[in-house]
Design a binder for this molecule. Structure first.
Ligand code: ADP
Length: 546
């Protein structure tokens, strides 16, 4: 082999951090505090504070290369400082999902062998519920709600105040030259099946993922963007948006612990947000608020809103675009893919399609982003045809796809020929567009046939009276399982079971039609804000057996 003569320059987060310090000092960071006032700082201050934190980590807290340092925190600027200082000193940032049960958090922090945790003051009661389960944990550092305000309440004995920790430290830090394959970040899957599993991202995998999501082909994140990651920083690194924002020097807006539609819309309008990212349940609430008061918010700055984490219903995408002139970018991914794997872009050769065809493409999961490869297989591992009809399990590979879990779990998710089995049931069409019909554990298996809950939900959510619809498998004496739809109606709207059935009749084979429509107040959510089908099955799984 003739080796190329180019520099072996490591792809690390340190480069993004130093680049931001060198070029983007005037860019802004805004955090919405508990009382909805804002804390504003410049990137210059952020860089200085990150340097101080790096000094404190290494000198005061004794953090060494490879140590796992956890965060239990909402989205805010000090969390971003931890996002960079921890990996760039050579340690591993471990983001804990604060919506998990304390038993799971204890399991995850123990499994990750976290030595220090940076915790929001408001989350200290949660930390107390599992702290004793984590023998490796030596120190707790507490983020103040407002970094600029003095602490009003004393901290528990032995806990450190984040601002005090960094206050006396120099802002300059001699960042080590890290190997690009060294571990940077640890994220656990939510564990809806079995124990949560750790996915250990490297500097290189994050750097490459960042560059690809920054490209115009994908999210197109650039210095003139104002980015609001609604998706929490504990959910698959907020889909990489904090890294991309710092790499580009974009203004970043953090919602703190606020997830309600009105506060988010106020922030978008006030800060002139151009790019926001979140799961469909967030956007369903936002669309509903916009529909109720279409003139209240000026969102003319918004370039696009990334939706992922579960399927974005076509009615949602269409509602934003036709009623409010807002564009949605639908993406698919998983914790194991860091997370962006595919994105629904319309290829130039398909742009002449009818509005229905274009909406169907936007609502698909799209095709693999650069450097990610996709295929789908049957139960025997046979690779299936891209005919838009044959269902199989999606498999992916690429430089930001896990090659194993952190620990011994889940070896069966990795194929002998180097692919990761996603557990998602999909079709792939001749153009390469992936359509998720279900997660394998949510698919309804009726008399040996598979019924796609996602397609039924999408059709039901197009009904004007339906705010949310989740279709799940209920046990059935004859067919094993049959689809049942849990429906949340829009406030002030009404619909009967028969009307809902009639609205989707003819769109699917007869045997796909849900046996029941259950009108419910709310649909239970997972820790990452998705519909929790397993809970629906627990609550209503027997309705057809009576
Ligand atoms: P969890 O949902 O278990 O908390 P992840 O965030 O890693 O953890 O979830 C990954 C899963 O979310 C995927 O396997 C897929 O089932 C689902 N998902 C993600 N994005 C989409 C999408 N755009 N459309 C449909 N399903 C999606």
């Amino acid at each position: 082999m003739l080796t190329g003569r180019m520099m072996d320059f490591p792809l690390t987060l340190t480069h993004f951090l130093e680049r931001a310090r060198t070029f983007f000092g005037k860019s802004e960071l805004v955090t919405c505090l508990v009382d909805k006032t804002e804390c504003r700082m410049s990137y210059e201050e952020f860089s200085a504070r990150t340097g101080k934190l790096a000094n404190a980590l290494t000198h005061k807290l004794g953090i060494k290369a490879g140590d796992r340092v956890a965060t239990l925190a909402f989205n805010h600027q000090p969390h971003l400082e931890a996002y960079f200082a921890i990996p760039c000193v050579g340690a591993v940032l471990h983001t804990l999902n604060l919506r998990l049960h304390p038993t799971e958090l204890g399991y995850i922090a123990k499994h990750g062998e976290d030595v220090v945790v940076f915790c929001d003051e408001a989350l200290l009661p949660l930390l107390e519920k599992f702290r004793a389960d984590v023998p490796s944990l030596r120190k707790v550092v507490v983020f103040r709600n407002d970094p600029k305000a003095p602490r009003s309440t004393p901290l528990p004995e032995g806990f450190l105040d984040y601002e005090d920790l960094i206050a006396g430290e120099p802002s300059h830090f001699d960042w080590p030259r890290l190997e690009e394959n060294s571990a940077a970040m640890l994220c656990y899957t939510s564990g809806t099946t079995g124990n949560p599993k750790g996915v250990l991202y490297s500097h290189r995998s994050i750097a490459l993922h960042t560059l690809v999501i920054m490209s115009r082909e994908n999210m197109g994140i650039a210095g003139d963007d104002v980015i609001l990651p609604v998706v929490p920083m504990f959910h698959a690194a907020a889909w990489g948006t904090p890294f991309a924002a710092v790499a580009a020097g974009s203004k970043l807006v953090f919602g703190g612990g606020h997830f309600d539609a009105v506060t988010l819309l106020d922030l978008m309008a006030k800060e002139r947000v151009t790019f926001a990212a979140g799961v469909p349940t967030i956007w369903i609430g936002i669309l509903s608020a916009l529909d109720a008061e279409p003139k209240r918010w000026d969102l003319s700055s918004m370039r696009t809103m990334a939706i992922g984490g579960s399927a974005a219903p076509p009615a949602l995408i269409d509602g934003f675009s036709t009623r409010h002139g807002l564009e949605v970018t639908h993406a698919w991914g998983m914790t194991e893919t860091q997370p962006v794997g595919t994105m629904a872009r319309i290829k130039p050769n398909l742009r002449g399609g009818s509005p229905e065809q274009l909406l169907a493409l936007r609502a698909s999961q799209g095709f693999a982003v650069t450097f990610v490869e996709q295929r789908h297989t049957d139960e025997t591992g046979k690779v299936l045809a891209w005919d838009g009809e044959t269902m199989g399990e999606l498999e992916v590979r690429g430089p930001w796809v896990a090659k194993s879990y952190f620990g011994d779990e889940g070896k069966d998710r990795f194929t002998a020929d180097g692919w990761f089995k996603t557990g998602d049931v999909v079709t792939i069409d001749a153009e390469g567009y992936v359509r998720i019909t279900d997660r394998s554990k949510d698919v309804v298996k009726s008399g040996g046939e598979w019924i796609s809950s996602v397609q039924l939900e999408n059709a039901l959510m197009a009904h004007p009276a339906v705010l949310e619809a989740a279709v799940f498998a209920a046990r059935h004496p004859k067919w094993d399982e049959r689809p049942v739809a849990a429906i949340v109606l829009r406030p002030g709207k009404a619909a009967t079971e028969a009307e809902l059935a009639a609205s989707i009749e003819g769109k699917f084979a007869k045997y796909w039609m849900p046996d029941r429509f259950l009108f419910v107040e709310t649909i239970p959510r997972t820790s990452t804000g998705k519909f929790l089908k397993s809970r629906l099955r627990e609550l209503y799984g027997e309705v057809l057996m009576k």
